[in-house]
Design a protein around this ligand. Structure first.
Ligand SMILES: Nc1ncnc2c1ncn2[C@@H]1O[C@H](COP(=O)(O)OP(=O)(O)OP(=O)(O)O)[C@@H](O)[C@H]1O
Ligand SMILES: [Mg+2]
Length: 404
């Protein structure tokens, strides 16, 4: 090898095993074949050689044929019979005539060559060089193959991720369209109806009671569209790091009371009975509007996925934090999905295109984290779900994240 100037790490060097019962032979051979790109291991017996063979990965074994105890051929046979050593090329060093060459039974099974005593230095060098070069080429091919395999794996993974992202975008667009079209359609049909009533002179339809109902219904449709659009805006603000938190002193107990009342209609529509158990006067330093968003998202989910069973919301404090718990008794969430649901646009039942957009928990978690807190979920499939929001009372707004 002409790479003499290159410093090679030991584990990149080719390991050569030389076996001879006479130390002076080992020394002489070692001198002939030593080079910067190889490490030479010597053994004075077949047994010692086997121990080394099992421990190291050799590029070549040079075996003296005539040794007391296990001779070179016997050692070679043992090597051929062992998986780890079967493919190591062997060069026998023999003093006998060339007819001996064929005495080794494993001749056809692997690379085998012969050197004859007295050793011709140039022949030994070139033979060993050929085997070392072969070994290094094989290693290089193996290395390239591993890199190729790894690249292929990364490519396949990237492709799968891209396809997933594309599918999510398509789903997202179709849900947005549906979610906007439904309330818009309702509003449109209502305006048509009212126009007809006016044309017919049917003013009874516009009595104070009917008007109040009409306005309530309209407001509901409009609110659901506003919510959808602000969720989309928040999601893109989180992505671009522009969602701001404006903390102020907030009474969380009162906020929960208000939200329970505010979502009562929704709860009733879902057939859920809502019960609140809150510690009184839990006061902290938070962005009230954002905390409201977190809780409304959890309550909406509890109604939506709670299977019409009762929903409990609780509030307590400990160790300088406030903890809000929202528990439902619906379908629950499989363990492997429990992390995923906090990701953007993740919806567990994508066949159900009529449900939400998968933004609620993502936004809620980002908002909780922006307050120095967090959200987690405890659930078993079929056993309902318990969402826990922890918020530090001091509202340790993450300076770096305050403007997420
Ligand atoms: N209480 C729950 N019980 C069972 N599954 C839930 C519950 N809350 C959330 N999930 C699952 O997690 C998914 C993500 O919830 P998330 O609130 O982020 O989105 P969404 O409710 O689908 O839509 P959005 O909140 O944007 O209207 C839901 O689609 C649902 O599959
Ligand atoms: Mg939701």
């Amino acid at each position: 090898m002409s790479d003499d100037h290159k410093v090679m790490l030991d584990d990149q060097k080719a390991k050569l095993l030389i076996v001879d019962d006479l130390p002076e032979n080992l020394q002489a051979l070692s001198k002939i074949i030593e080079q910067e790109d190889r490490l030479i291991y010597s053994a004075q017996s077949g047994e010692a050689a086997l121990a080394l063979l099992l421990e190291h990965e050799f590029a070549l074994a040079i075996l003296d044929v005539m040794m007391p105890g296990m001779n070179g051929f016997e050692l070679a046979e043992l090597m051929r019979g062992t998986e780890k050593t079967r493919h190591i090329p062997i060069v026998f060093v023999s003093a006998g005539g060339r007819e001996l060459n064929y005495a080794f039974k494993g001749y056809e099974t692997g690379a085998v060559d012969f050197l004859h005593k007295p050793l011709d230095i140039a022949a030994v060098k070139s033979k060993v060089n050929v085997f070392v070069a072969l070994y290094q080429q094989r290693n290089e091919v193996k290395r390239q193959l591993t890199i190729l395999e790894e690249n292929r794996r990364i490519l396949a993974q990237t492709k799968a991720e891209l396809e997933h992202a594309l599918k999510m975008r398509d789903d997202f667009m179709s849900i947005v369209a549906h979610e906007l079209r439904t309330p818009l359609n309702t509003l449109y049909v209502d305006t048509q109806l009212r126009q007809m009533q006016i044309e017919r002179g049917d003013f009874q339809a516009f009595s104070p009671d009917n008007l109040r109902l009409m306005i309530e219904r309209d407001a509901l449709q409009i609110r659901s569209m506003i919510r959808l659009i602000s969720d989309m805006v928040d999601t893109s603000r989180i992505k671009s790091g522009k969602l701001s938190i404006r903390p102020a002193e907030t009474n969380l107990s009162l906020l929960l009371q208000r939200l329970v009342e505010g979502t009562a209609l929704q709860a009733r529509a879902a057939g859920c009975e809502l019960c609140l158990a809150a510690e009184e006067n839990v006061i902290g330093f938070w962005d009230e509007f954002r905390v409201e968003q977190i809780i409304v998202n959890l309550l909406t989910n509890a109604y939506r996925y709670g299977g019409g069973k009762h929903v409990e919301i609780a509030l307590c404090t400990y160790d300088g934090v406030a903890e809000i718990q929202v528990r439902d008794h619906g379908q629950g969430i499989a363990p492997e999905a429990q992390e995923k649901i906090f990701d953007k646009f993740e919806r567990l039942d994508s066949s159900n295109v009529r449900e939400g957009l998968g933004m609620g928990l993502y936004i809620a978690k980002q908002l909780a984290m922006a307050h120095g807190g967090n959200i987690d979920v405890v659930s078993e499939p079929g056993e309902g779900a318990l969402f826990r929001v922890v918020l530090p009372l001091t509202g340790e707004i993450h300076k770096s994240k305050a403007d997420i």
